[in-house]
Ligand binder design. Structure first.
Ligand code: PLP
Ligand code: TYF
Length: 400
């Protein structure tokens, strides 16, 4: 049956973890995948999550199926977290929200829905560069991918003029995907003033904006501040689509918990939209998983656990910032050729170092240091125990 099926390529990011796992060296370092590690390099389970686990365990609740659109308390609390409790559209009951299989699942519902119902241009504009999985998630539903400029190699910053030009030049009514905060892989976000401009431009062109919010809390350490773009666009009347993930900010990677939502013009439209979102979800997985939704609802629904969680998000963000400063200082100390200020100015989980694919290969082959070939590093993979060796190895690779 399957003689003609060719070998598929490995995921460029998860493939790095596979190669890392095979390496026997004791000083190996994985700064590939974007998953938080604590100061000992270990996966981190948040204390607020552990407490919520205990509460759920005591409850001994049943394991019935959830509704297609998910656990009601979770969906309500999660959307308040993204849009803000005082969001008018939310209060009006005109945002269609569903639980999703984390951020990826939300994006897939989005493209599934768009491919069935969107009458505008069937093209999704993605930033260049972007998270690699965006491309197949769009293409699998028969939509086309186009790109807008985002990263300026010369300044190692945002190419804001190029971004605006490309978004303006896109056919009216195009779908524009925007990373809500802590852009992956560059670690560079528009400023609040730049967001305001983007809001106007996309509105003038009647573009449909799809926000991907996978790192709320990781950009600034402040959950509310990181929701600025999403909330501002909605305030300004944009009918956005939103993919929300709790993988990073609650450390719930494997629980696969998030939401997909669409801001509608009124409640009647929301009900119609929601009935069709259910039709997108049903053939994919019938209904979503229970446990992650209960965990998140327990935390967001308890003032005490919520406060504790905010502190834990800040702690993760602060540790990453401390690593940025330390890495910068060490690269300078080792007299590494080039300018490294961007390591400190970039935000979120990642730093886009500017290392070339050849330097990345050399780091793997000679130093057992693993990262994606675009030179992106996950800052969370660094800690006091390995950063000296990491910086020294990078310095050597750059000197050639
Ligand atoms: N979007 C971006 C930009 C990401 O970096 C990620 C990866 O973590 C996701 C979406 C989806 O992640 P998940 O499906 O684990 O929520
Ligand atoms: O960019 C990252 O590292 C995260 C994690 O197929 C990730 O977004 C990477 C690849 C993938 C799923 C998640």
């Amino acid at each position: 049956f399957w003689a003609s099926v060719p070998q598929g390529p490995p995921d460029p990011i998860l493939g790095v973890s596979e190669a890392f796992a095979k390496d026997q060296s004791s000083n190996k370092i994985n700064v590939g995948v974007g998953a938080y590690r604590d100061e000992n390099g270990k996966p981190y389970v948040l204390e607020s999550v552990s407490k919520a686990e205990d509460i759920l365990h005591q409850k001994r609740s049943n394991k019935e199926y959830l509704p297609i659109t998910g656990e009601a308390d979770f969906v309500k609390l999660a959307s308040e977290l993204a849009y803000g409790k005082d969001c008018k559209a939310l209060q009006d009951g005109r945002i269609a929200v569903s639980q999703s299989i984390s951020g990826t699942g939300a994006l897939r519902i989005a493209t599934g829905f768009l491919s069935m119902f969107y009458s505008g241009p069937r093209v999704v504009y993605l930033p260049n560069p972007t998270w690699g999985n965006h491309i197949p998630v769009v293409e699998q539903t028969g939509m086309r991918v186009a790109r807008y400029r985002y990263f300026d190699k010369k300044t190692v910053g945002l190419d804001f003029d190029g971004m605006k030009e490309d978004i303006k030049a896109a056919e009216q009514g195009s779908i524009i995907l925007l990373h809500a905060c802590a852009q992956n892989p560059t670690g560079i976000d528009p400023t609040q003033d730049q967001w305001k401009e983007l809001c106007e431009i996309t509105k003038a062109k009647k573009h449909l904006v799809l926000f991907d919010m996978a790192y709320q809390g990781f950009a600034s350490g402040d959950i509310i501040r990181d929701a600025f773009a999403v909330r501002y666009f909605v305030e300004q009347g944009h009918q956005i689509l939103l993919a929300q993930s709790f993988a990073k900010n609650l450390g719930l990677y494997g629980e696969r918990i998030g939401t997909f939502s669409m801001v509608c013009t009124n409640k009647e439209e929301k009900d119609r939209i929601q009935s069709q979102v259910k039709r997108v979800i049903r053939p994919l997985y019938s209904s979503p998983p229970l446990h992650g939704a209960q965990l998140v609802a327990t935390i967001l629904g308890s003032p005490e656990l919520y406060e504790q969680w905010l502190g834990e998000v800040k702690k993760m963000a602060d540790r990453i910032i401390a690593m940025r400063e330390r890495l910068y200082d060490l690269l300078v100390e080792f007299k590494t050729p080039g300018e490294w200020g961007h390591i400190k100015s970039q935000i979120g989980m990642f730093s886009f170092t500017g290392l070339t694919p050849e330097q990345v290969d050399a780091l793997k082959d000679h130093a057992h240091v693993y990262m994606t070939r675009d030179g992106r590093i996950s800052m969370a993979g660094l800690n006091e125990g390995n950063i000296q060796y990491f910086a020294e190895s990078v310095s050597k690779a750059v000197k050639g």
